[in-house]
Design a protein around this ligand. Structure first.
Ligand code: ZN
Length: 300
């Protein structure tokens, strides 16, 4: 792999769209790398003008960026002791701030600081400009670390949704399970949810593609009858996909309208990852039709 990459910042100038920015960089990288994935993100950041990666330790903060006014020079701050996959996402996120011409530190401060929660924001519908900026940095990070065009060619990822594909994506791109799950659901498009839990309690979850309202809250204990609670095995084991009772996971309003399948990965130390796949059923429609169907008998 080439250790010194070149990125022409002029080509990126004025582009404020995170996905487009990532794709412009990938286009420049492709001819320079023997193998595109996993993206050598720190080398890419250096080629964009980042001069130093500095570890820091401020409670609650995951990353930060110090940059000059012209955005030609910058330092990226990364939480000390971060796991490699998380560090890669943080660097990509901060690079997303750095090369976006509209991302500047709040007035009166010299640096942008980003929390762990900032790194999970998505969508750009909020009216809060700071949160929008965070969601955009995440969109950039997802697009640069897990480029759509390259992933679409990996046919093993795109059958019906399953946990193994999320793990394949994680390995291919050297990202965390969380980042891989988000990206997988975004690109797959089917109604799916991934729930991360520890010791039977939900930590957080991601829903995509019109998945119905998931009736759980962070730190709430999962229903004891979920497959996630009852499945047993060694860390690394993935369950079959089992049909789940929708009432355990969904609000009563939605439970009758959807069929659900549940798959579980057992991780170390009580951690589990659950994939729920939803499919709209026709029962509701049938019941509606039945209630209106009047038998007509013709007697002669
Ligand atoms: Zn940020």
């Amino acid at each position: 792999m080439s250790e010194s990459l070149t990125i022409d910042r002029i080509e990126l100038a004025d582009t404020g769209n995170p996905k487009q920015l990532a794709e412009l960089i990938i286009d420049q990288l492709k001819p320079q790398l023997d193998k595109l994935l996993p993206i050598p993100i720190e080398t890419v950041a250096s080629a964009c003008g980042i001069e130093m990666f500095q570890e820091f330790s401020i409670d609650g903060f995951e990353g930060g960026l110090i940059q000059n006014e012209e955005k030609t020079r910058g330092y990226i701050l990364v939480k000390a002791g971060s796991r490699q996959d998380r560090r890669r996402f943080t660097v990509a996120h901060e690079l997303g701030h750095f090369i976006n011409p509209y991302h500047v530190a709040p007035k009166g401060t010299e640096k942008l600081l980003c929390t762990n929660q900032d790194m999970t924001l998505s969508g750009t519908s909020t009216l809060d400009p700071r949160l929008n900026m965070e969601a955009q940095a995440n969109e950039f990070a997802a697009n640069i670390l897990m480029p759509e065009a390259a992933l679409r060619n990996a046919s093993k990822l795109w059958g019906s949704p399953q946990i193994q594909s999320i793990l394949d994506l994680q390995l291919m791109c050297n990202v965390s399970k969380e980042a891989a799950a988000r990206r997988y659901l975004d690109l797959h498009g089917e109604p799916c949810a991934v729930i991360f839990s520890k010791d039977g309690k939900a930590r957080y979850f991601v829903c995509r593609g019109d998945f119905p309202f998931l009736d759980i809250k962070p730190s709430q204990a999962l229903h004891r009858k979920t497959y996630t609670s009852t499945f047993r095995g060694q860390p690394g084991l993935i369950s079959e996909q089992e049909e789940a009772d929708p009432h355990i996971w969904l609000s009563d309003r939605d439970a009758g309208k959807w069929d659900l399948w549940e798959e579980v990965l057992i991780q170390e130390d009580g951690y589990r990852m659950t994939l729920l796949v939803a499919e709209k059923n026709s029962r509701e429609e049938d019941e509606w039709l039945e209630s209106r169907w009047t038998p007509r008998f013709h007697y002669k």
